[in-house]
Write a protein that binds this ligand. Structure first.
Ligand SMILES: Nc1ncnc2c1ncn2[C@@H]1O[C@H](COP(=O)(O)OP(=O)(O)O)[C@@H](O)[C@H]1O
Ligand SMILES: [Mg+2]
Length: 349
């Protein structure tokens, strides 16, 4: 059931529409990611949820509470929204101890001393910081500082956590470890997560559902599996995972590659069969066949460790093909034949 609702949420900065009529509905306990390239409006969306940013249009509700409404000019201030928040920069205060950092939001809320102490100790224990309570965050590693930020967000026992690229300043190994810690905390406390990232693998690994954004506009809201296997458009296809696009021309019965006129071994759906269209496929979903299939010439072959990466010229276009490292395949300069496993089709640009 929908818990967090954004209705036609819009935010403009001068001529730029940072977020353009965004509609979202997120369930209680769901982990939902906002994914897209830098500048697509992820942080602005999160800041509007948090109450740091006004709306130019639309409304935000959580449960039966109205948080922001342009129409009625209503804005609940951030501290009354009771969201946990963790941002990209290590926003911890170096002049306060770890304990006091975590206690801060509770002191702001005038939580009684005994209750405050209990909550801080619990948050520290859940983030493995009990032994660091008296330390200064400045003496902790990057991962440690980000744990302090997490503990501080947990201390108020929020039912929504807003996380804006919380792991992007950590090294890759630690980033993966912290993903599991965040999921673990979510399982224990049951809060909803809205997670901002430009890293598609992070979004895929963490989320129940993902919103892919481009230039402030929602492109697709779906499960990680569906955004990968059934991208709504070419942008989503190319943003999630490795992609190949091949321009194709058709007359209803015959289909050839553009700029080379090579016959295709497959056909677009009827609505795209008359005229130009675009075939999309992952490099791992192209197969070398013996005699049949699309004709190409191997322009390059590179050994990547786990896989072998081919660049195949298809007339004046090119395709990337990836095969397991033990596979056998053609050599540079050789002609090859190709077949597509589950190609997808999009209208031509
Ligand atoms: N305070 C601001 N003033 C002017 N432009 C802004 C401001 N905040 C964000 N923007 C612009 O809005 C767009 C979306 O930014 P942002 O939400 O930060 O994107 P993301 O978090 O996806 O990288 C960008 O074009 C950015 O330059
Ligand atoms: Mg951002």
């Amino acid at each position: 059931m929908s818990y967090i609702r954004l209705e036609d949420v819009t935010r403009r900065f001068g001529a730029i529409t940072a977020v353009d009529r965004l509609n979202l509905s997120i369930s209680r306990g769901e982990c939902f990611s906002l994914l897209g390239p830098s500048g697509c409006g992820k942080t602005t969306t999160l800041r509007m949820l948090a109450g740091f940013e006004d709306l130019d249009e639309g409304e935000i509700h959580v449960g039966d509470r109205l948080l922001s409404s342009k129409k009625s000019g209503y804005y609940l201030p951030p501290e009354k929204r009771d969201f946990g928040m963790v941002f990209q920069a290590f926003a911890v205060w170096p002049h306060l101890s770890v304990y006091e950092n975590v206690a801060f939001p509770l002191r702001v809320r005038k939580t009684p001393a005994a209750e405050l102490d209990k909550r801080v100790r619990e948050a520290l224990s859940h983030t493995n910081l009990t032994d660091a309570a008296k330390a200064s965050p400045a003496d902790l590693s990057g991962g440690g500082k980000q744990r302090v930020a997490l503990a501080r967000a947990l201390a108020i026992n929020p039912d929504v956590m807003l996380l804006d690229e919380p792991l992007s300043s950590l090294d890759p190994h630690l980033r993966e470890e912290m993903r599991f810690e965040i999921k673990d905390l979510q399982r224990r406390f049951g809060f909803s997560i809205i997670y901002v990232t430009h890293d598609q693998s992070e979004a895929m690994a963490l989320s129940d559902r993902v919103l892919v954004m481009r230039l402030g506009v929602a492109q697709q809201v779906d499960t990680p599996v569906n955004v990968y296997t059934r991208p709504a458009n070419k942008f989503v296809f190319s943003f999630i995972g490795l992609s190949n696009f091949l321009d194709v021309e058709g007359d209803g019965t015959n289909f050839k590659t553009s700029r080379g006129g090579l016959p295709l071994p497959c056909a677009p759906p009827p609505e795209l069969a008359n005229g130009p269209s675009c075939l999309a496929c992952r490099p791992s979903e192209v197969e070398f066949t013996g005699e049949e299939g699309l004709t190409g010439v191997v322009a390059r072959k590179s050994f990547l460790g786990e896989s072998i990466d081919y660049r195949i010229s298809i007339g004046e276009q090119s395709l990337r093909v990836q095969k397991g490292r033990r596979s056998t395949g053609p050599e540079p300069g050789e002609t090859c034949r190709l077949r597509f496993i589950r190609p997808l089709w999009y209208p031509a640009d």
